[in-house]
Design a protein around this ligand. Sequence first.
Ligand code: NAD
Ligand code: WQD
Length: 334
Amino acid sequence: MNILLTGGAGYIGSHAAVVLTEAGHEVVLLDNFSNSNKSVLKRIRKILGRSLPCIEADVRDTDIVERVLREYKIGAVIHFAGLKAVGESVANPISYYANNVQGSINLFQVMQKVGIKTLVFSSSATVYGEPKYLPFDEDHPKNPMNPYGRSKLQVEEILRDLADSDSEWKIACLRYFNPVGAHESGLIGEDPNGIPNNLMPYVAKAASGELPHLNIFGDDYETCDGTGERDYIHVMDLAEGHMAAISYLKNHAGFTCVNLGTGKPLSVMDLLNAFEKVIGKNLKKVVVQRRSGDLPCYYASVEQASIQLNGSAFRSIEIACRDIWKFQKADNFQ
Ligand code: NAD
Ligand code: WQD
């Protein structure tokens, strides 16, 4: 199938592009490169042995999106494009709603006009908010704690209404937990601009000496060792989840939301220990205050993913550390 990946040059989109192409799909990327580097296209070509078409455009530009959908005879869209930094969304909510909600509405309008009604949407575990119980299953109450999370939940709600209004739509919202790692080649991975917000890229940069040490945000939570616990899923397992979602939608109309995680919580110390084992040295770390807005622990129920997507996230945290370390050490941006 011909599949358009909005935000396809980003961290998760680039890995999905590789997995889908290797599985025989024809992939087209559309990205405005607001949070990615064009060199990723060369690196994808190196992995695949061929280049993928990439249109530099904003997903809100309906004329270009319509042209791309028609020209490439797109059969399904995976909508990754969006902004994702929680703190930035608190400081600048309008740009988050404009990008994530308005961008999505524009895309869905064009898809409807052209008659393309198969969609996978990048949602987030952040839609659940504070746990009433764990693991989070898909029916857990939704109470996102910041504008970023609310933008994701709003798009989910729009999509539910859209599917209710027209039985031809086939929609899967995938709620990612904490994506980590990189492609095993070390050619593509996560390379945030500036100082990383997320734990794994921060650890990788501290290990390489780019950052002086790791700050551990609190060691007095009621968790196994006092540090925060999360559900870290390897980005290649996540990418494979998108392929499974596309297959699922072939035979299933309507609307579904599915968690993509491992179902197993790991603490900051668990992740650090795994990383130190992989690189064979200890990292400098300093325990600092809890980060405002952080939850002690959350992780996914993966029952629905295993039923609907035959899902199993099988790559270990050690593999994720090995792969991101390979990416961190490589000279990818020359
Ligand atoms: P990313 O920033 O690496 O990738 C997003 C891509 O979208 C970037 O290449 C960016 O340039 C592009 N983009 C942003 N706004 C655009 C626009 N208006 N038009 C065209 N392109 C645009 O992020 P990622 O980690 O790959 O995340 C992909 C999606 O998954 C996002 O929607 C994000 O909210 C969601 N998500 C990510 C995580 C995570 O921790 N990485 C967790 C849950 C959900
Ligand atoms: C993980 C753990 C921190 C950095 C965020 C978004 C969420 C989703 C994924 C998009 C926590 C601790 C972190 C550091 C640390 N994104 N930590 N030192 O906060 O679970 O989720 O990314 O949808 O919406 O909120 O991920 O990687 O920032 O933190 O000790 O330098 O690591 O306190 O316990 P988080 P994270």
